[in-house]
Every structure is written in structure tokens, then in C-alpha cells.
Design a protein around this ligand. Structure first.
Ligand code: S3P
Length: 189
């Protein structure tokens, strides 16, 4: 029996990044996607916490957002050198054009999406410095609107996580990554 291409090749990509607003599921989906594809996993926020020896809210409070953003760009730069990895980024990573360019130069960027209400439910128990002002759902909507262009510019693919099981989201990502790869190969041929 002749095996189809998708069966002969184990996985569509060996490097992929996840981006999107806080609470869209980047870390959870990123981890599960890495298991599904047999790749390593890194989360840029966790790397920043390890190298700075600070939790992100403390880093924001002590040194401010711009120092955090510089750490973030440096971690993205280093993540480009890794092979066989799923890279989960922070919610604001792709707001810097240089970060978007770096990520997209290395491989596909999957932008996860969810509604402001879902995001509020997912983030309310965890400290997110940028959401601690005013009415949280309004603040989420405002920030999301302000960042919409950056997410669109960063996305090789956009996938909704609203009201879905993570396993279903992962399957959709894998399927669409095969399509992405086939399209990329056609352009190159
Ligand atoms: C941020 C998102 C957070 C973290 C920091 C800033 C943002 O990551 O990087 O609090 O600017 O949206 P998550 O998206 O993993 O929550």
C-alpha cells in the first residue's frame, strides 16, 4: 500500500510559535501541541522569569514594561536558534514589529483568539499587570482592539479557542499546519 505524504512525514513543522492575547491558551495549547508533534516546548514568559529571577508582575513593578519588553525580544531572538520546538510567546510579544519579523522569518506563527469574556474568566485568578486597571472586561476589549493589527500582521494562521477542548484546538492546528506547509512548498516550487 502506498502511504500518503502525511503518513510518511511525521509532522508538518519542526519549529512553530504561538501568539495571541493573554488567556487565549498559548501555554496550554503550546504544551499539548508539542506533545502531539513530538517537539520540545518553551514559554518565553517562563524563560524571562528564570533569567531575571523575578516573577513577571514583580519585573513590571520594579523595572517597568519597557525592560520586560527588552527581555522578551532577547528571548525571541534566542528562540530562533532552537530546533524542534514549539515556542509559546507572551500576549504582547508580537506588538513589537521586530519580534513579529523575527518569528515569521523562522516558521509559522499561530495566533490564538478568544472573546474578552472568555479571557476574563481565564485570567482573573492570575496576576496580569496590564489588566489591573478599571473594568477588566472593558480593559481587555480596549487592549485587544489596540493590538488587533499586530496580531493580524503576526499570524500565519488564526485559531479560535473559545469554548473548545484543547485537544480539538490542537487537531485543528496540526491539520492547518499541513495545509500551510503544502502551500509554502508550492510557492517555493
Ligand atoms: C502580557 C502578557 C503576559 C505577560 C505579561 C504581558 C501582555 O503573558 O507576558 O504580563 O502584554 O499581553 P500571557 O499572554 O502568557 O498572559
Amino acid at each position: 500500500m502506498k502511504l500518503g505524504r502525511r503518513h510518511r512525514l511525521e509532522r508538518p513543522v519542526t519549529w512553530v510559535a504561538l501568539a495571541g492575547f493573554m488567556g487565549t491558551g498559548k501555554s496550554r495549547i503550546g504544551w499539548e501541541l508539542s506533545r502531539r508533534l513530538g517537539l520540545n516546548f518553551i514559554d518565553t514568559d517562563r524563560v524571562i522569569e528564570r533569567v531575571s529571577c523575578l516573577r513577571i508582575p514583580d519585573l513590571f513593578e520594579l523595572y517597568g514594561e519597557s525592560v520586560f519588553r527588552d527581555y522578551e525580544s532577547e528571548v525571541v531572538r534566542r528562540a530562533l536558534r532552537l530546533d524542534d520546538v514549539v515556542v509559546s510567546t507572551g500576549g504582547g510579544t508580537v506588538t513589537r514589529p521586530e519580534n513579529r519579523e523575527m518569528l515569521l522569518s523562522r516558521g509559522p506563527v499561530i495566533v490564538l483568539t478568544a472573546s474578552p469574556e472568555t479571557i476574563y474568566k481565564r485570567t482573573r485568578r492570575h496576576k496580569r499587570p496590564l489588566l489591573e486597571i478599571g473594568n477588566p472586561v472593558e480593559r481587555i476589549s480596549e487592549l485587544m482592539n489596540a493590538r488587533r493589527g499586530a496580531y493580524t500582521a503576526a499570524a500565519s494562521l488564526q485559531v479560535s479557542t473559545d469554548g473548545r477542548f484543547s485537544a480539538d484546538v490542537v487537531e485543528e492546528i496540526v491539520e492547518r499546519l499541513w495545509e500551510w506547509r503544502e502551500a509554502a512548498e508550492k510557492v517555493r516550487a
